[in-house]
Design a protein around this ligand. Sequence first.
Ligand SMILES: [Zn+2]
Ligand SMILES: [Zn+2]
Length: 342
Amino acid sequence: MKGVIFLGDRRAIVKDFPDPEPGFGEALVRMKATGICGSDLHIYRRGPDLFKGREDRIPGHEPSGVVEAVGEGVNHIKVGDRVCINHYRSCGHCNQCAAGYFQWCPESRGYGGPIDGSHADFVLADERNCVVMPESVSFTDGAFIACAGGTAYSAMQKLDVSGNTTLAVFGLGPVGLSGVLLAKAMGGSVIGVDVIDERIELAKQIGADTAINAQKEEVLDVLREITGGNGCDLAFEASGSPAGRTNAVKCLRRGGKAAFVGIGNNEPVINPTEIINRELTLMGSFVLPLQQSYDLINFLDWQQLSFAPIVTHQFTIAEGAAAYQVADDSRSGKVVFTWTTD
Ligand SMILES: [Zn+2]
Ligand SMILES: [Zn+2]
């Protein structure tokens, strides 16, 4: 099979690897769609000295495809199933695994981190990580469910978005855009904020009621005006920037709630006194528990919703280097590897 590897300093190449074979309890999944995520780019941008011990590691943690083969002991997943894959392999027995929080398992191993990821023709997955999708949910949607879309969905569940809420979304990369798309489908009034015009346009195209450029407009003034002077009920922070984090707190009405998913800068920007005085609820959110993968598949199916409008670029795996260059530019929407053969 072909798979992408990194050489450091923003260089990626495509290499031939032996096809993996499923062991006990494992499924071999033929990839059909897998996205490039910001976390892949963090590794892509590292210098070569940080690659010791992972020189041949395949990146990618948004796997979706068709089960090609199953190992012994696999009882529920079968060859031909269309699946998306929870991207943390785990022990399957601890209290966190029992709750579906594979990412919190002491033995968790994320695809593209300590184990080979999905930017390759095949991926090995534990049976319990494979979630079967109906025909109505595309492989591209399956890739979104695994990380970018799933992360947004889990945060929307914490925020409890509804037709009675205004939501400001800070950072209109693929995760922020997924938040816009989901929050609109849940009935919310959504305002997107970014500094890149292409992404602001994309947010409007996928349904944001308003989208503003923080470098051209006074974000807090605009949000206050839109909400009749009250402030937003909810904020979703996907930029990871000090300005985005600051505004995600400041834009809230009294008693408002914010969920933070953007990883980036570690500058302290939140004032506890402000949280107390305005009785704010601030939450961190990190990918999604397994059960929400099932819920999100149903939500997309029932709402006839797709993350596809967020995809701006598609590549084959042989074009791995070019795909990473486009994603690294950070002006695009989602960059996805797809397979159209057989
Ligand atoms: Zn990710
Ligand atoms: Zn566990």
